[in-house]
Design a protein around this ligand. Sequence first.
Ligand code: ARG
Length: 587
Amino acid sequence: MPSETSKLYLEHLLASSLSELKLTSHLDRSPDITVPDQRFGDYATNVSLILAKKLKVAPPEVAQKISEAVQKIDAKKVFAEVTVAGGFINFRLSQEYLSGNLNKILEQGDLFGCSITGQGKSVVVEYFQNNVAKPPHVGHLRSAVIGDCLLRILKSQGFKAVSDTHIGDWGTQFGILIWAYKHLEGDKIVASHPADYITALNRLYVDANTMIENKEELREQAKQEFAKLEKGDTENRRLWQKFVDLSLGDFERYRQLLEVLPFGHNMGESFYEDKMPGVLSDLKLKGLLVESQGAQIVDLEDKKLGVAVLVKSDGATTYLLRDLATVKYRLGEMHISKALYVVDNRQSHHFDQVFEISARAGYITDPAAVQHVDFGFMSLPEGAISTRKGTTVSLQNLFDEAEKRALKIIEAKNPELENKNAVARLVALAAIKYFDLSHNRKTEIVFTWDKALSFEGNTGPYLQYTHARIHGILRKAAGNRQQGTGSREQAIEPAPLSLMPHELGVLRKLNQYSEVLQQVAQDYLPNQLCNYLFELSQAFNSFYQEVPVLQEKDEALRSFRLRLITATAQVIKNGLYLLGIEAPEEM
Ligand code: ARG
């Protein structure tokens, strides 16, 4: 087939047909290609509705002409049926095409689904932007899980994708922390908390904050500490570096716990420190920078985005200014085509301001070059994981609890399983990550153990279980073969001439995989992949309920069905990998 997915092929096919019929110039917008109810076919298009309106003729009349042209050009018969239904044209993929795709899955194995769609485009995916000397909160957990998934998917689609944690390692808070460390026996406190020195450092900061709240002179001292840090004072630099190093060690521990891919960059906010003056002079040159009550601001009132403060009246630079320097650096020096910011939706206004000023400054010419991949709040169960204030979580506790619960379920379901603890860990991770990813990221979600760990429904454990179940069937089939029944399911052979609806249902679903990945690489919505994998698992389960596989006497049929379920397991495994979830073969 000339193009990567059947949908793309159809797009080309339609374009050629319209050009053949000299209709292209009558289109005033590009037609939709949608996936209709299975009864109608694999794809449907509204192109004849658009044209009929323009040409002032009845839609079925145009539809009929287009459908004839399509069938003439589709020489290889990728589509077995092209039918006109009212104003719509429906397309049904042929069995030959669908079984060709099955062979492709078996041939390509773990690489099935990869494409070169993104070739030549470089993307920075920024996520897990932890703050130095502060324990991560739930928002950071979500950012890590969503960002890791997007990175994997972009890479699979041929984008040159690189991750950056953009850690929070700069700002006036470091003046307070340094002051606290010096005055409140920081060394002693860190040394006496080897396991949770970050929490200890954070407490030091919180205590200092309360102390200086009402004491002008102490506040002034803390400010001076930051000023000294900015000027390169050796002692303050040393302390700051110590906080950064301690924190990076801690973040790495979380990364391993979460099993997210290693990060490409840790270019924190401090990296942009010496790049801020350049931004200020760019803005000044463009006449965008205004002085207001001693502060330097950009007025965005005309866009209803308020006022953006870049330098405060005391001379301190802001988070916003560092973000402007970051946009300039990424798009300018790194030559990135697109920067994604996986950050919770409380910062939407901030990014609106950053992107607007960047556009005015000329750092961004294409508005699509930067995107805030925002997500809503996830509330976690009270107790096990949140501190009393409910703002910070110990991820370790969350995972320990998930593992304990997963182990219990596995012990009940499969007491014979050998490596129960290792599997329980994979199920626990799947439960947490999938719960996060399966909800549209923009929504606020409430985590519950029962839902996340359920072996039924749209959950990570259910998909893992379906995958393991297929491997169980394949193990049985292999066992039977050793006993002499003989089977050739791995050899590529033509599919049976007429397939049953349940077989076709699975084949069709398998064919949609590559299209779903391309969609996620466009909208950055991992829940689309989750939904797809869930539907594929459902299609498999109803197939397996209705159609004999191991019991099938006809050897060619049995072999075809074994290949069908092998491919299903492969696609579930590949899809789960892109979600950052492992698929054990037994559980
Ligand atoms: N460290 C920040 C926080 O925890 C998030 C940083 C988001 N990224 C950015 N480029 N501003 O709130």
